[in-house]
Design a protein around this ligand. Structure first.
Ligand code: PHE
Length: 442
């Protein structure tokens, strides 16, 4: 007998879960360090264009494939396109989830550490020295990483995602209000005009640098959780009644606003306090404590609130990442959920340990980058766009156009022909060129 497949309780359940996966460390931690290193406005413009031209069609195609296949990413391709090349997209997705979570757990651990720091009074003295002292030590960051992964494992194992989904309902509005208030405050610190120039005044000469495109397109995929079948899986729980395009628009607008507002928090303060924008993954962990030090009296409370919200946003994304590998293992090896979650969760933790150590404790470099930065670039800038490319090619070239339009609810959309053109030609060619030049440049 065929089992009825689970479906989202409501349209908002689906949108919230997808937003929970999308909004995370990517919007605040990764966005600001990638934008700082990518030269600001040039990065921002290419990122925004990628979200629109590539992110939107790829997200719709993932949803549509999931809705049609009614199963997870690997199984979807096996079912819809048996014995064909397309299955690699599913396999790459599992690999990407595995790698991303390995270093995501490290940064999640840093957020937990800073919650603790602010509960016990905050950072006194130089924030950069404090950060470097913490990440440069051997055991402590690994301990926090272990804790973060442990919480992620417990949630996925107990199947209490519902609790996390429910918490997104209040968490995201609070996080956004806090970010907006912090942005307003940061803009008063004296670095506003420099920040505005850095963020919004295009430097046309920088548009010829392929590494900026590589980073910005990768950021678009990473922040929207695209290119690895997560959105595909979420789409598979959708009832045929739901309207996909507007859901995708909500998710994309919210995710993008979070990132831009986070930029408005980070960059004005960064220029006010003369902090180096290109310093890499530690950026927000240096800039934000500097802001909190300036809020006299309330700094520690704002710090606790901020890092709790950041950790929660990180958790809801980490859960979606772990779920990908766990559901694959359960189906592939027939093991229990408990065994698969603890087993693979622990392996992912171990694989993350060199990422944790590479921030000062030990010198581990790959292609000139510290191990963490390498894993981040490799998965975010290479694997996800490549996965997205294959998924898009499958959806637009292997499916008939009217099938795609039907499953993506685009039959009546006036912009359907334009979207189809972008999905079929512009997005794949753009991804391909950017990947080739990005790789050559790397
Ligand atoms: N989108 C998440 C973030 O911005 C990270 C993520 C990437 C989650 C890929 C799932 C898949 O933090």
């Amino acid at each position: 007998m065929k089992k009825e497949r689970e479906q989202w309780g409501s349209r908002w359940g689906f949108i919230l879960a997808a937003m929970g996966s999308a909004v995370g460390l990517g919007n605040i931690w990764r966005f600001s360090y990638a934008m700082g290193a990518g030269g600001g406005s040039t990065f921002l413009i290419i990122y925004l264009l990628s979200v629109l031209i590539i992110g939107f069609p790829v997200m719709l195609i993932e949803f549509a494939i999931g809705r049609r296949a009614q199963t997870d990413a690997i199984d979807a391709f096996k079912k819809l396109a048996p014995k064909s090349f397309w299955v690699v997209a599913g396999g790459m997705g599992v690999l990407a989830a595995f790698i991303i979570l390995s270093f995501y757990g490290v940064i999640g651990g840093w957020s937990l550490k800073y919650i603790f720091t602010y509960i016990t009074g905050g950072v006194s003295g130089d924030t950069e020295t404090y950060f470097n002292g913490f990440v440069g030590s051997t055991i402590e960051p690994i301990g926090w990483q272990f804790l973060f992964m442990g919480i992620t494992i417990a949630i996925v194992m107990l199947g209490v995602q519902k609790g996390i989904e429910a918490s997104s309902k209040w968490m995201m509005p609070i996080l956004s209000i806090l970010l907006i208030l912090l942005a307003i405050y940061s803009l008063t610190l004296g670095g506003a005009s420099e920040a505005m120039t850095f963020m919004f005044h295009p430097d046309w000469s920088a548009f010829s640098d392929p590494s900026v495109y590589f980073a910005a397109v990768g950021q678009a995929f990473f922040t929207l959780s695209l290119g690895m079948g997560i959105m595909l899986t979420y789409g598979s729980y959708l009832s045929p009644k739901e309207k996909l395009p507007s859901s995708a628009v909500y998710i994309i607008i919210l995710d993008t606003l979070f990132a831009v507002i986070a930029g408005l928090v980070v960059f004005p303060a960064l220029f006010a306090f003369d902090i180096d924008p290109t310093q890499g993954p530690g950026l927000v962990f240096v800039v934000l404590p500097t802001i909190f030090q300036n809020i006299s009296g309330l700094g520690a409370i704002v710090g606790v609130a901020f890092f709790i919200l950041l950790a929660l946003a990180a958790l809801s994304s980490a859960i979606s990442l772990l779920e990908v590998t766990v559901s694959y293992l359960i189906r592939r090896l027939g093991v229990s959920r408990k065994f698969a979650t603890i087993g693979i969760g622990f392996v992912i933790f171990l694989v993350g340990v060199p990422s944790s150590l590479s921030n000062g404790a030990v010198t581990i470099k790959v292609f000139g980058d510290p191990f963490l930065d390498f894993m981040d670039k490799f998965s975010g800038n290479l694997l996800l766009p490549l996965g997205g490319l294959i998924i898009t090619l499958y959806g637009t070239w292997s499916w008939k156009s009217n099938e795609l339009l039907e499953y993506a609810d685009l039959q009546d959309a006036f912009y359907a022909p334009a979207l189809l053109f972008f999905a079929k030609f512009v997005a794949p060619i753009a991804i391909l060129i950017i990947l080739i030049f990005g790789m050559l440049n790397w």
